[in-house]
Design a protein around this ligand. Structure first.
Ligand code: PAF
Length: 284
C-alpha cells in the first residue's frame, strides 16, 4: 500500500492530531532517505510498537559540515516510497528546506559533553544540526516513540539526552545495527563506494571484531592499535578519524573493557567516511 506523502508541517500536524485524539500512539522514524534494510528494520520495530508510523525523509543541510558531502548525499525519494509499501506506514513526511527552516530561523539545539568527542570532534556543528532537526521532527510529528539505529550510537545517545533534557515526551528506542553479509554496517553512504572500495570496506568490521575479542581477553587498546591501524591501511583505508573504546552511557574514553563499552571507529575509504561501533561488554 502506498503511504501518503506529506510535504507540509501543517498537513502532518493535522493528521497527527486526529490520531492523538483517537488515543493512538505515534512512532516516528527520522531518516535522510536512501533507505536500506537498516532503516527498514527501524520501520518494522516502529510498526510493532506504535499504532501509527510516520517515516520522515529530509536531507538536513544543518548537519553537513562539507557542502560537497551534502551535494553528493543520495536522494532517492521514489525508490524509498516503494520500499516502504510493504510496511503500510501511515505517512511519509518529506518536507523541503523552507518547511524546516523558514526565513529568519534562528534557533539551535545543542547537547553538551556527549558531542565533544568522536564524530562531534571531527564534524563541527554536526550534532547541533542533528539535535535541532530531530527536535523539530519530534514536535511536528507529535511522536510518542522515535526509532534510531545503534549504528549511529553517538547520535542515539545525543538524541536520548536531548529528549530527556527538553521533556519532549518521546521515548527514544535504539535498534541494532544491520549488516551486509560481509559484516559492513548498512549505511546510505555505502552507495557512494566504488565496487572495489565496497569490497575492501568490510575490513573495518573484521578489524573491530578482532579488537573486541582481544579486549574481552583482557588486552588494552594501546597494545591493539598499531596492528589494527596497519590492517586498515593494508585494506585501503586512508585517514582514521578515530578508533576508540568508550563507555556506553557517557562516552568516556577507556583503555580496557572495564565498564560496559563500545568500540567506535570512523575511517575513510576512497573518499567516503564510514563509521561503525560494536558492543564490548565489561570483563568481570
Ligand atoms: O541518522 C540520520 O539519518 C540523521 O542524522 C537524522 C536522525 C535523520 C537527522 O537528520
Amino acid at each position: 500500500m502506498t503511504a501518503p506523502i506529506v510535504r507540509t508541517r501543517a498537513e502532518l500536524r493535522e493528521m497527527a492530531q486526529l490520531w492523538r485524539r483517537a488515543g493512538e500512539t505515534i512512532g516516528v522514524v527520522p531518516t535522510m532517505g536512501a533507505l536500506h534494510d537498516g532503516h527498514l528494520s527501524l520501520v518494522a520495530r516502529a510498526k510493532e510498537m506504535s499504532d501509527r508510523v510516520i517515516v520522515t525523509i529530509f536531507v538536513n543541510p544543518k548537519q553537513f559540515n562539507n557542502p560537497e558531502d551534502l551535494e553528493n548525499y543520495p536522494r532517492t525519494e521514489h525508490e524509498d516510497a516503494r520500499k516502504l509499501e510493504r510496511f503500510a506506514v501511515d505517512a511519509i513526511y518529506v518536507p523541503d528546506g523552507a518547511q524546516m527552516y523558514p526565513d529568519g530561523f534562528a534557533t539551535t539545539v545543542r547537547v553538551e559533553g556527549l558531542t565533544d568527542v568522536l564524530c562531534g570532534a571531527h564534524r563541527a556543528g554536526h550534532f547541533d544540526g542533528v539535535a535541532t532537526v530531530v527536535t523539530k521532527l519530534f514536535t511536528q510529528s507529535s511522536a510518542d516513540l522515535a526509532f534510531f539505529g545503534e549504528k549511529d550510537f553517538q547520535q542515539l545517545q545525543v538524541v536520548r539526552r536531548m529528549a530527556r533534557d527538553l521533556d519532549l515526551g518521546v521515548d527514544v528506542v535504539g535498534c541494532p545495527t544491520i549488516r551486509e553479509i560481509d559484516g559492513l554496517a548498512m549505511s546510505s553512504r555505502n552507495l557512494l563506494l566504488s565496487d572495489q572500495a565496497r569490497s575492501r570496506a568490510s575490513a573495518l568490521f573484521d578489524v573491530m571484531e578482532d579488537m573486541g575479542e582481544a579486549l574481552q581477553s583482557g588486552q588494552a587498546m594501546d597494545a591493539l592499535l598499531p596492528a589494527a591501524q596497519a590492517r586498515l591501511a593494508a585494506a585501503g583505508f586512508g585517514d582514521i578519524d578515530y578508533l576508540e573504546l568508550r563507555t556506553n552511557d557517557t562516552l568516556r574514553l577507556i583503555h580496557r573493557a572495564e565498564a560496559p563499552a563500545r568500540l567506535f571507529a570512523a575511517a575513510w575509504m576512497a573518499g567516503v567516511r564510514l563509521i561503525d561501533n560494536i558492543d564490548v561488554p565489561a570483563v568481570t
